[in-house]
Design a protein around this ligand. Sequence first.
Ligand SMILES: [Zn+2]
Length: 230
Amino acid sequence: MATVEHAYVALEADENTGGVVFAKTLQQARKRGAQEYSDGVVAHIVCYRAKWADWCAPSSIVPASLLIEYGWRLECHGCGNDISQEWLEESCLSTQDVIGVQGGRVFCCAPCKTRDDEVESEKRRFEGEFIETLRAVVRQRFGDVKFHGTGDAFRPGAYILSQDGAYGVGEAMLHFEFPGMSIAPATIEFRWPFSFRWDGIGPVNLVYRCCAGDRLAFEEFAGEAKKVAA
Ligand SMILES: [Zn+2]
């Protein structure tokens, strides 16, 4: 039995999508391919040797450019184009311009990655501002509660949408503790209402949640907080 891992192509038979996997035998490669590309169903996997990627076996990292050189098409995470040899030539680019590795974000060229990085950092800034707004809403309603930070399972988060340079919040949540809480923090949740217009004008849909076991304590706390605010 071989002890060194070799590269194999594993493809989901119907979709004809997949990637390179590393394994000691064809059988093992099919199994790994199935885990990766067909929900574990080995029968759906077509697998064959890919000697051209053997040199990647020690690191298990396959450059996107290598896949494209061997006839694969990968989507650019920035512009959304299907990157292939032909497309690169038509766009006056080459595989040397392609950035990224299999399983990660792939870009057709450096400017595309820079643009995407800018969008990402703008999204993070927008997310931070929106979470801060949610904190203000909760403080206004409940007073000075303790919010969960970024370091635990109850970290705040927002899903930010972007389109043509405009940003919007798809959904966001923030968790906070309250007196009498015994199981888990309460949550303020924002969800994009379908009536919402892209420019952000529309009804704001905020929901408070807590787990069933803490419901009475939360309702009592909310009732008290309301009295104080009034
Ligand atoms: Zn691109």
